[in-house]
Design a protein around this ligand. Sequence first.
Ligand SMILES: [Mg+2]
Length: 249
Amino acid sequence: MEKQNILFNLDDTLAYCNRYFNQVIGEFADQMTIWFDSITKEEIKQKQLQIDVAAISQHGLKSERFPESFIGTYKYFCDLTGKEKKKDEIQYLRKLGLKVFEIPVEPIPYMNETLQLLKEEGHELYLHTGGDEANQRRKIAQLELATYFENRVFISEHKDTTALSDILKTINADPKVTWMIGNSLRTDIVPALEMDIHAIYIPAETEWQYNVVEVNVEHSSAFLTVNSLQEVPAIIYQSINEQTMSTYR
Ligand SMILES: [Mg+2]
């Protein structure tokens, strides 16, 4: 089998992520309803999401954005209800938001088996993740991902088509034998198809609204959806065989 370049996303593709954010957002909403008894948890969560997503275009995927979205939401509801803004409450929220970056991450089932198999098949594995350097490095170390990716790790604060294009140039990848695998339609799948590399979409157990977009890209590469990470080696194998068959037909 011809050697492929396989780029994996990290958060919610190889390791759980959204569940930790949802857990902390839940704690945030609980605390907020104590301070603002006229506001519902749903309204609080909606405002937090809106502020968080709006900040991405400005600040990218930096970790501080998340605790700042709690403070922004708090200040918004203080203004709305006339509640006094308190320093100690703001301090509490910043700490609460930062807690998400201390939770030890768990791998998605079959992470090691899948990466090991692809490595043994001789493919070159790359990690392409969004976020800030320190937090992503913490997770990479915890999950011992250097076993599979060594130094082939790319961390982007703005994870978009430009970022992917830069990576493909750096690794000098032939699009015909290059794959992007991830849970985010916005930051994994659309950029991959725009660069005309193959894409495998694995939906996450719960998705952050920011990642969900319609895919409307012209491409000649393969675009496949699977339900679990475990299915990836077989589907790549099958797809390569089909391409080879059509070449010799
Ligand atoms: Mg992801």
